[in-house]
Design a protein around this ligand. Structure first.
Ligand code: PMP
Length: 401
């Protein structure tokens, strides 16, 4: 049995807001005390700049930062910690790939995206397309809101250089069959970038088993701090990539006649990195790894089912995205009420949800709606949260409708 009530006690935000029902986890997750403590401990005991120092604090800070790289590698089963680049998050990770590896693409090369991508996995490729004459193709979705694999196959050709795809949709929750997508893409000679922002907190990620070439995620969506994330790159690809930002930390030697660059991953980490945040991320990944992940997944799925069963009993509610393989979030619209108005009423009752286009405007256009209300779950949510949501939603719709 997964004891969410007990686990919730580890999250100070709920002591400070005892009535809070937090169902906005896909936007960002709350942090357990051990993550907050890890950052504070680092600042109180080890704070220094990393890599170059000749004093004991610099060594301690470097050990903490590099130790976090090992923890990230282990968490996603990367073959080596040297394949992990720290970034500010998923957005920066994808921009890094577009501005580094992407510059090897030429006019007429093709990149395949899907309809359900977050803007972070659309706009960097559009900017690349403008710079290099690359063509972007879009995979349609099936009737359940997952990528249409037949359509995907029809888009693949020897012109395809990259397939960039979300593991889990942040807007409707569908889980993509990444292994199948990687096999087909590799068969066509293309690489695969997986946007794992919504996947890492819910699924066990094994980048080797998935067979991807790039895997990106954000710390704050897996119980860790903001301002830190990671990009894993398969080593052959990584070693072929040029740096995208210049500065300190990423060089081998600098002179006015030219500079040479450090080995990967350091040549992709210009400037002083987010050291304390990396330490916090490491604590978050260690924390979640100690949980029974199968029981956690089951717990979150039960909450989603409870929610969706409750919604089906009510009239005038559409649930968007009914993929059989779906993460623990539910996106909905209402026949007689605007999602934003509903969310305002829910907020008065202490219930936090997300409304809007969820940075996935093309997806919402394809669904024929301008915005949805999204409830998304994490380890500390309980079935009484879902009950409270359903009661509050019922009351809200009575008032609004
Ligand atoms: N991709 C997906 C699927 C996301 O849900 C998000 C965050 N909403 C991002 C990318 C961007 O993540 P970040 O803002 O942390 O860089």
């Amino acid at each position: 049995m997964f004891d969410a009530i007990e686990l919730k006690k580890q999250f100070p935000i709920f002591s400070n807001h005892p009535d809070l029902i937090y169902l906005d986890n896909a936007a960002t997750m709350q942090k357990p005390l051990c993550v907050l403590d890890a950052e504070r401990f680092y600042y109180e005991n080890h704070n220094a700049n990393v890599h170059r120092g000749a004093h004991r604090l610099a060594t301690a800070a470097t050990d903490a930062y590099e130790g976090a790289r090992h923890v990230v590698a282990q968490f996603i089963n990367a073959p080596s910690h040297e394949e992990i680049i720290f970034t500010r998050g998923t957005t920066e990770a994808i921009n890094l790939v577009a501005n580094s590896w992407g510059n090897s693409l030429n006019t007429g090369d093709e990149i395949i995206l899907s309809t359900l991508e977050h803007h972070a996995n659309i706009v960097p490729w559009q900017m690349l397309a403008e710079r290099r004459g690359v063509i972007i193709k879009i995979i349609k979705l099936d009737e359940h809101g997952a990528v249409d694999l037949a359509h995907f196959s029809s888009l693949l050709s020897n012109k395809t250089k990259l397939v960039a795809i979300s593991h889990v949709s942040n807007a409707i929750g569908s889980i993509q069959p990444i292994q199948l997508i990687c096999e087909a893409a590799h068969h066509a000679g293309a690489k695969v970038l997986v946007d794992g922002a919504q996947a890492v907190a819910h699924l066990n990620i094994d980048v080797q088993e998935l067979g991807a070439d790039f895997y990106a995620f954000s710390g704050h969506k897996v119980y860790g701090p903001t301002g830190i994330g990671a990009l894993w790159v398969e080593s052959n690809t990584l070693n072929s990539m040029s740096p995208w930002q210049g500065g300190g930390e990423m060089i081998a030697a600098v002179s006015f006649s030219g500079s040479t660059y450090a080995a990967a991953p350091y040549r992709f980490e210009a400037g002083t990195p987010a050291i304390a945040q990396a330490v916090g991320l490491s604590a978050a990944l260690t924390w979640i790894s100690a949980l029974d992940r199968a029981a956690l997944l089951n717990h979150e799925q039960q909450l989603r089912q409870q929610l969706e069963e409750g919604l089906i009993q009510m009239t005038g509610i559409s649930i968007h995205g009914q993929s059989p393989d779906k993460a623990a979030l539910t996106s909905m619209t209402f026949a007689g009420a605007h999602p934003y108005d509903v969310a305002q009423f829910l907020d008065h009752k202490g219930i936090a949800v997300r409304v809007g286009h969820h940075c996935a405007q093309p997806l919402l256009q394809s669904l024929g709606v301008s915005g949805t209300l999204r409830a998304s779950f994490a380890a500390y949510n309980t079935s009484s949260d879902v009950d409270a949501f359903l009661v509050a939603l019922h009351e809200t719709l009575e008032i609004l409708g």
